[in-house]
Write a protein that binds this ligand. Structure first.
Ligand code: FAD
Length: 339
């Protein structure tokens, strides 16, 4: 049996490793954009205050995975799926290839969500969604520090990633202004009292938090950047980090005629409408509209799918109990997170 996996995040690699354990003779191929190896995405938001992050973040090198019998095609971009021929078309090092599968596992993860008004100005901001993004941000920071200046950032979005990354930039010694369109922080994950505690924690870290501040766009101002607001603008930023949520990568599935909504639609067996194609991780959406974009349930999905495809369970996947937690320095929620 040849299993092809698209994506080398926690979903794709956990599945590959588990399936290899259960079926050592199976051929497993992972296709991925990445070149760095399998890394911890949650660690990205603590990538400024730690010096060693670019090495510590790698959980498994691609060489180690290959040595364990998992074929990794790094630096590959999957272009399309052919469900009739059971094949994927991909580009790697300037050439196009076709690879056949018996079972296909879609684990393409998610992009950073960019609100429509920001899209035309994509040269003016950065996101923190991949190790390449972190490396680019760290280089930008190092260049500012090398000029003897203190980096000053606009972080747009007071959700989980904006608050975590803002707190880490502040911990690293930078100046941070955090803009949030709503009257309280992390309103999707926290009860009101915890949002208030979080606000205090961020302010104590030296972060200027602007609530009810709906950002309209960005512009260059002098040598730096400005954030446009409804009633004027705020300038003097060395960089802008947009952290406005995530967008599951559904394009390949949609182009192949699979049902997509916010994510790729799957049933309780993590199966798309095509019985030979499964989807897991940030990209998978269940029939009740839920997405499980946290590492614990994703790891659980991947382990379950390996057992299912190895014929070791016939029961549908059941989400595990899990407690999301924001990694904001100094913040502990007093109440359970909302999910
Ligand atoms: C900054 C940050 C902090 C976070 N912190 C936490 C946390 O503290 N706790 C927590 O539980 N969760 C956290 N999360 C969420 C968690 O990291 C994600 O839910 C999880 O990483 C998703 O894993 P995945 O394997 O589904 O997708 P991903 O990790 O996105 O991996 C998908 C892979 O597919 C590849 N790919 C996609 N399309 C193609 C294609 N066409 N061709 C080739 N390759 C392709 C991508 O390059 C990528 O390597 C955080 C996320 C971020 C961004």
């Amino acid at each position: 049996m040849h299993i092809v996996i698209i994506g080398s995040g926690i979903a794709g690699i956990t599945f590959a490793e588990e399936f290899k354990k259960l079926q050592p003779d199976a051929r497993i191929t992972v296709l991925t954009h990445e070149d760095h190896g399998y890394y911890s995405r949650p660690m990205l938001s603590h990538g400024f205050s730690r010096e060693d992050v670019e090495t510590k973040i790698i959980l498994r090198s691609f060489e180690d995975l290959s040595a364990a019998g998992i074929e990794i095609l790094a630096g590959a971009e999957v272009l399309s799926l052919d469900r009739v021929a059971k094949a994927v078309r991909f580009r790697r090092r300037g050439e196009e290839f076709v690879l056949n599968y018996d079972k296909l596992v879609l684990a393409p993860g998610s992009d950073a969500f960019i609100p429509p008004p920001f899209r035309a100005a994509k040269d003016l901001y950065r996101v923190l969604n991949s190790l390449d993004d972190l490396i680019a941000l760290r280089r930008q920071r190092a260049a500012i520090l090398a000029r003897g200046e203190t980096p000053r950032w606009a972080v747009v979005g007071g959700g989980l990633i904006g608050c975590e990354a803002g707190s880490d930039l502040a911990k690293a010694g930078d100046r941070v202004v955090l803009f949030h369109a709503l009257p309280r922080l992390m309103e999707r994950q926290l009860v009101e009292a915890d949002s208030a505690t979080l606000l205090e924690v961020l302010r104590n870290l030296g972060i200027e938090v602007r609530l009810d501040a709906a950002v309209q766009g960005f512009e260059r101002a002098g040598g730096n950047y400005a954030v446009k607001l409804e009633n004027g603008s705020e300038d003097g930023f060395h960089g802008i980090l947009v952290a406005c949520g995530f967008k599951p990568r559904t394009e390949l599935a949609q182009a192949a005629g699979l049902e997509v909504n916010r994510g790729i639609r799957v049933d309780g067996f993590l199966r798309t409408q095509d019985p030979d194609i499964h989807a897991i991780g940030d990209a998978a959406e269940f029939t009740d509209g839920r997405l499980y974009a946290y590492v614990l349930p994703i790891r659980h999905q991947a382990m379950w799918l390996a057992r299912f495809l190895a014929g070791q369970t016939a029961e549908p996947w059941q989400p595990p109990a899990f407690k999301p937690r924001a990694k904001v320095h100094g913040f502990v929620a007093a109440h359970p997170y909302l999910f």
